[in-house]
Write a protein that binds this ligand. Structure first.
Ligand code: HEM
Length: 534
């Protein structure tokens, strides 16, 4: 029993009962059929009051890079090894589906790419992925700058108002500001809808946040109560969730109807010639409707748009949040980033071309994703029996798993693995500039940028799956370059004008997690106009 009850300490005694029950269950389940796989003796108290991925990291250091974890009535295999992750995501990708994650997301995203069954996924991926080509990204960089500009001018106005009161800095929850910025970007670029959330509230915006909140709640709640008959009529939060969904779906349905009605052959020609910069509406919805004709199924389109709204919003906001959190603690790196922005952009706005010269900002974005991956865990369920490679220091014969095994791929553990990264917890954007030949780890190809020539950002190919900010294999994020460019533009434009510091200590910024890692009470910062510009 790991937590000892102190005499008279009721909370301790309660924990003790929990731990005993949980350990019994662990032992019972561990007699299962996972061969010699190490077993983490988790206790229920390990899962209370802190994000699950912290505990998974400690167990990784204790038990190795493939272990089995059982708690409550559930058992999972936890993987923290690039070679095993490569096997599951790339080499044997179609032997797995999204398991628990699909159960959670299906009521929200329907048959959208993330929860979709394999047949639907194959058909829709072929249609959607080409929409994110270079001409589209080039046009979207303009949207990123327009939206970032709104945020910057909001900060300018707030500072100006404070200036009249004799103060030269403002306190802001930057996490909330980045969330509004990312929502505006995704609305305009995916379905040409201006949420305008940087400056206003609306029923649709409230419904989007309500839906995100519910998705988050479901991903941390172990009993799918929302599946109970009549739950959507009786449980108040389920009734609210259904109302929120209807508001968003009505909005999306109208946008789809408009896009179909306004389809013009001249636009189709421009799309075919990739003449995006001369299109009034260059959104992904326009592409999907124009290139596929009006017969494309409305329900499927709506599921696709909803999926991208959810997948592309909080994730990008989280990258910006943690990039600022890390920079605020490393003023010398903030200065270095500002110097790069000054020399590349001066007072101009970023463009598709100038992004290529903002190397340090790009590395900051990826380093932030390394330390705070979104999501910290990828979830899979085996569709047929498989043998997982033993991984680094694991059983050389590998570990057989039966069909139906739930697997957590811990990206957080991979990204902070002491076996694959020097000083894994330190914020060092420069680390990606150093090639790392591998001599000691069998089966891992090392860190070598020449494996992905022309890549603007370090990725899973360069790192042979040690760095996995957007997943890998066939189900890799479709919006990866979009999100990286959006984050680079927004960060560069923030640093071009402002110095940022934390309002409290870094330790006071508590982490919580659902689909993404975010703060418990906001990222409260002091923002001031850069002193070297005044
Ligand atoms: C999938 C991360 C932004 C759309 C994924 C996956 C990851 C990820 C890790 C793989 C999930 C898995 O294998 O289970 C991120 C991060 C983002 C981001 C960190 C921001 C920094 C976006 C954006 C969009 C998007 C902007 C769309 C506009 C999708 C879709 C999938 C996906 C549709 C499912 C792909 C498939 O299954 O074929 N994302 N994403 N993501 N992402 Fe992103």
């Amino acid at each position: 029993v790991r937590c000892q009850a102190v005499e008279g300490d009721k909370r301790g005694a309660k924990r003790n009962v929990f731990d005993n029950a949980s350990n019994l269950l662990t032992n019972f389940l561990s007699g299962g059929n996972l061969g010699s796989m190490p077993i983490a003796e988790g206790a229920v108290s390990d899962l209370v009051g802190k994000p699950l991925f912290f505990s998974l990291y400690n167990w990784f250091l204790q038990h190795g890079s493939v272990y089995k974890l059982a708690f409550g009535p559930k058992a999972f295999v936890v993987v923290s090894d690039p070679m095993v992750v490569r096997h599951i995501l790339r080499e044997n990708a179609f032997s797995y589906d999204k398991g628990v994650l699909a159960d959670i997301l299906e009521p929200i995203m329907g048959k959208g790419l993330i929860p979709a069954d394999l047949d639907t996924w194959k058909q829709r991926r072929r249609v959607i992925a080409p929409g994110f080509h270079n001409s589209y990204l080039e046009a979207m960089v303009k949207t990123f700058t327009t939206c970032s500009e709104r945020t910057i001018s909001k900060f300018d106005k707030l500072l100006e108002a404070k200036g009249y009161g004799g103060q030269n800095s403002i306190e802001l929850d930057l996490e909330a500001e980045f969330s509004s910025l990312a929502l505006d970007v995704i609305g305009l670029s995916v379905f040409n809808y201006d949420f305008g959330s940087v400056t206003k509230e609306s029923p649709v915006i409230k419904a989007v946040y309500g839906t995100l909140f519910e998705a988050e709640h479901r991903s941390t709640f172990y009993i799918p109560y929302w599946k109970l008959p009549f739950a959507s009529c009786i449980v108040p939060r389920q009734r609210k969730f259904q109302r929120d969904l209807k508001i968003i779906n009505d909005c999306l349905d109208e946008l789809i109807r408009n896009a179909k009605e306004s389809r013009q052959e001249t636009d189709v020609e421009k799309l075919q010639q990739r003449d995006y910069l001369n299109l009034k509406d260059a959104s992904l919805l326009r592409f999907l409707v124009d290139m596929r004709g009006v017969d494309v199924d409305d329900r499927q389109l709506r599921d696709d748009l909803m999926t991208m709204l959810i997948a592309g919003h909080e994730t990008t906001a989280a990258v910006l949040t943690w990039a600022v959190f890390l920079l605020a603690q490393n003023p010398d790196k903030m200065k270095k980033a500002q110097a790069e922005v000054d020399s590349v952009l001066g007072s101009d706005r970023p463009t598709y071309e100038s992004l290529k010269k903002l190397q340090y900002i790009r590395l900051i974005v990826v380093e932030s994703l390394r330390l705070y991956p979104q999501p910290p865990l990828l979830i899979r369920r085996s569709l047929k029996p498989d043998v997982l490679p033993g991984g680094y220091k694991g059983d050389k014969d590998g570990y057989p798993i039966p069909a139906g095994t739930d697997v957590f791929l811990s990206v957080y553990n991979l990204h902070r693995s002491p076996y694959f990264w020097d000083n894994p917890h330190d914020f060092e954007p420069e680390r990606f500039l150093v090639e790392r030949k591998n001599e000691e780890i069998e089966g891992w190809a090392g860190f070598d940028p020449s494996r992905s020539p022309g890549a603007l950002y370090p990725n899973e190919i360069i790192s042979d799956f040690a760095l996995l900010p957007f997943g890998g294999g066939p189900r890799k994020c479709v919006g990866d370059q979009f999100a990286l460019m959006e984050s680079t533009v927004a960060l560069a434009m923030l640093l071009q004008k402002f110095d940022v510091g934390l309002r409290g200590t870094p330790e006071s910024v508590e982490l919580v997690t659902g689909a993404t890692i975010h703060t418990k009470n906001g990222l409260w910062c002091n923002l001031r106009t850069r002193s070297d510009l005044q």
